[in-house]
Structure formats: C-alpha cells, structure tokens
Design a protein around this ligand. Structure first.
Ligand SMILES: [Fe+2]
Ligand SMILES: [Fe+2]
Length: 226
C-alpha cells in the first residue's frame, strides 16, 4: 500500500505547500482536497498522477483547508461517488452537484462505511469549539491490521483511534492531529506521521524517534509491511 501526501503545510523539493491537507492512497483514492486547486493539481502532477486515475474521493470535514480544492473534481471523470460526513451543509452539497452533476454523495453517519475499494470511513464524530466540527476519518486495511488517516482530528485523535481499533489492530496514524496531547495513546504504533495542523508535532517526534516522521507534501509512505 502506497500513500502520497499531495497537500500539506510543509513541502518537499519540487512540491507546493499551503495550509491544508490531502492524501492519495494507491494512486486512486483521494482523501481531502487541500486549500486550493492550483497547488493540489501541481502536486498530483509532480507525482505524475493522471487525474483520470482517481476513482474514489472522501472529504473529512467542511473546513476550507480540506475542501478548497474541490473544483478539481471536475477533472476526475472516474470518480462516481464522494464520501462525506452527514453533517455537510446544503451549500457544499450544491457545490459538489454543480462541479459534478449526478455524482453520488455517500453520507457517513453513525456507522462506519466501507468504500468500494474496501477502505473504511469511520462514523462521524463532533468536536472543536462548541462541538461544531463534524469529521470522518479514513481507515485502510494493511497486512497486519489497519492504518488511520485523519484530516484535522477536531473530535480528538484519541476518540478517532478508538473507532479505528474496532476495525483492526492499529499500526499507523497519519494526518492532522490538531490539539492532540495524550501522546501515550500512540504507544505501540509502527508508524506515526503528524502533519498539517498538529500542534504537538515536535513533542511527538521527540517521544517516538524511531516510529514518527514529520509529514510534508511530496512525501511517499510504503505501508506494505504494516
Ligand atoms: Fe485542517
Ligand atoms: Fe479543520
């Protein structure tokens, strides 16, 4: 299994950065779409990804830094379904419909939803200030368990990890961890990639020097042996 970070606050040489997040799984599943179309398109192109290869799209939550590149959906003809939290507003649903008329919007609510490819979206959880942010996360089945990919983790990474552990033995966590502070919750993981909005990135890298790596646009991760 291959993960490519295609939008992030940090970038590697040859890639663009911006405040946002997007990850491509196995060159066909896109999770989140960053803050803007220009950088998202440039980074996919730097990885030599043809947009027609992308077959599945999931959006973690409605923050602009995760749905800002949504217009790029117009150039992804192979995407027939888009997975979103049930809490998505009427405005963003209309926008999706305008960009890709007839596309099937799959709502994720109280139960985990298995995507066509076998990847799983966790049930929607709420968090952030006044619990206004509702978010779903991606769980990928690996050889020995599962890997969790989060957008911002506004509901709290510890709560999301609990959901992922219902699906399989957790091996890796990658993404935005936001204000997550309970670093002990990451004990036992083989790979930890804090990135995007993670406030305690430095502390996580210091506590788990062999397992943790800082994420950036242009980074590729091989999860085959996890
Ligand atoms: Fe974010
Ligand atoms: Fe966010």
């Amino acid at each position: 299994m291959n993960i490519k970070i295609v939008y992030d606050n940090q970038e590697r040489y040859g890639f663009q950065c911006g405040h946002g997040f997007s990850v491509l799984v196995n060159d066909f599943l896109l999770f989140d779409m960053g803050k803007d179309v220009v950088s998202l398109r440039a980074n996919l192109s730097a990885f030599k990804i043809d947009l027609s290869q992308i077959e599945e799209v999931a959006l973690s939550h409605e923050d602009w830094d995760h749905v800002g590149g949504l217009d790029l959906l117009a150039d992804m003809p192979s995407v027939k379904e888009i997975y979103v939290p049930m809490a998505f507003s009427a405005e963003i649903r209309e926008r999706i419909e305008l960009i890709r008329p007839g596309i099937k919007i799959v709502d994720v609510y109280k139960s985990a939803v298995e995507m066509t490819s076998g990847a799983v979206m966790t049930p929607q959880l709420s968090g952030g200030r006044k619990k206004r942010k509702t978010e779903i996360s991606l769980v990928l089945k690996t050889k020995n368990g599962v890997a969790l990919i989060t957008g911002c983790a506004h509901p709290g990474l510890t709560k999301i990890i609990k959901q992922a552990r219902k699906i399989g033995k957790l091996q890796a966590v990658i993404g935005g961890f936001h204000g997550f502070w309970n670093l002990g919750a990451l004990r036992g993981l083989k790979l930890i990639v804090p990135t995007h909005c993670t406030k305690k990135k430095t502390a996580i890298l210091a506590k788990y020097p062999t397992q943790a790596r800082a994420g950036a646009a242009g980074m590729e991760l091989d999860l085959t042996e996890l």
